[in-house]
Ligand binder design. Structure first.
Ligand code: NAP
Length: 361
């Protein structure tokens, strides 16, 4: 096997390890590490949760003195700063590894190249960029937020074949089947927050929390915040979403009764500014928008959506049912076009993942 193939093989092992923290590390990134000597795995680790040791620390502990002269594969540049744990770059130096292979540079201004520099200054051979595309997918929100100050925004819509998302009355349960609805739980669970509009809360009395995940103990995950955009203060105090008020945030006029419940209240602000606030003040780096057409259209028209997750059910709801997108376009030149990332069949439904196409058509 060539050196490059070997590096790719071991980095893929590190990426698989990182995935074990997918639902629990937020706001920290998912990171995996393997340490290899003479083509043998001698240490492995992943970052499980904020406040717990980083992936490299677990892997170095396992490798112990064998780490000397070994190669460490890390999915994200080792940290260079004292946080709740000491810098991993220094731990790798202390362990006297010979080489460090990194998948993604860390754009976090506290790290950004400094981790690699510490290693190089100590005479360690460093290679950056092995399996970078795969490793980036582990931390789309973290990487975007660290480099732009904005979270990664996914917009989820479940619609009929004729593009309808609810009946005229607001009734919408259920358009898609159980397998597609279970899939939504994954996207909620990787998100720091789920954002919805007040009219969805009033129509559906939804909770928008994570209730079940395939083969994952729900107690181990970091539940997303549920954020309701309610500029007129219409949220009923009896709403089911307030049964767990500690994970609810409301953007709207100040209400003492919500403060008494412990709900975080946000000033009314434009959507773009809200997203910046979530990233900078609340370390929310992945956002899932699950709203009706009004708010979904606003996010799309303001160019704030990074990815559209569209579930389509094989059913027709008719012309009086609500459309998924409310924009009043007249010309083809106004259309919002997307590029298809992938298509997945979920029992009788399909899921499309799309990203907005940058060029104007
Ligand atoms: N099929 C699906 O995927 C899906 C998902 C969710 C909901 N739904 C259905 O959608 C229906 C509700 O849709 P909807 O369009 O009436 O409500 P919505 O989009 O959930 O909420 C709209 C409300 O959000 C508030 N809002 C706050 N900030 C806003 C901003 N910057 N831009 C736009 N709105 C803002 C507005 O109320 P204020 O002006 O009072 O602030 C607005 O009226 C329900 O029937 C529900 O079942 C379907």
């Amino acid at each position: 096997m060539s050196e490059l193939k070997k590096d790719q093989y071991w980095m893929q092992q590190a990426i698989e390890l990182a995935k074990r923290g997918l639902y629990s590390t937020k706001p920290n990134p998912n990171v995996g590490c393997v340490i290899v000597k003479d083509d043998q795995l001698i240490g492995e680790g992943f970052h499980p949760k904020a406040g717990q040791p980083h992936a490299e620390v677990f892997a170095l502990r396992q490798a112990a003195e064998q780490a000397q002269g070994a190669t460490a594969y890390v999915t994200l540049e080792p940290c260079a700063h004292y946080g709740r744990t000491p810098p991993c770059a220094e731990a790798l130096v202390k362990a006297q590894v010979k080489k460090v292979v990194v998948a993604c540079p860390d754009p976090n201004p506290l790290v950004a190249g400094k981790g690699v520099q510490i290693l190089k200054n100590a005479g360690i051979e460093v290679e950056v960029g092995i399996c970078e595309d795969l490793a980036e997918k582990l931390n789309q929100g973290f990487l975007k937020a660290m480099s732009t100050g904005m979270p990664y925004v996914r917009l989820k819509v479940a619609s009929s074949l004729d593009g309808r998302t609810a009946m005229a009355s607001g009734e919408s349960k259920w358009i898609t089947g159980a397998v597609a609805r279970q899939d939504v739980q994954h996207w909620r669970a990787i998100s720091g927050a789920v954002i919805t509009g007040i009219d969805t809360v009033i129509a559906d009395d939804c909770q928008l929390n994570v209730r079940s995940l395939d083969s994952v103990d729900i107690e181990t995950i970091a539940q997303p915040k549920r954020i309701i955009l309610d500029r007129q203060g219409r949220l009923p105090l009896a709403a089911k979403i307030l049964e767990n008020p500690e994970t609810v945030m409301v953007m709207g006029p100040y209400r003492q009764e919500l403060a008494d419940l412990g709900v975080i209240q946000l000033e009314i602000q434009p959507l773009k500014v809200l997203l910046q606030t979530l990233s900078k003040q609340y370390q929310i780096y992945d956002v899932l928008v699950e709203a009706g057409a009004t708010l979904s259209t606003a996010f799309l028209q303001e160019g704030l959506v990074d990815e559209l997750i569209s579930y389509i059910a094989p059913t027709l709801l008719g012309k009086s049912a609500r459309a998924m997108f409310n924009a009043e376009f007249e010309y083809m030149a106004q259309q919002l076009r997307f590029t298809l990332l992938d298509v997945t069949q979920l029992d009788q439904d399909i899921r499309l993942r799309l990203i907005p196409t940058q060029e104007k058509v």
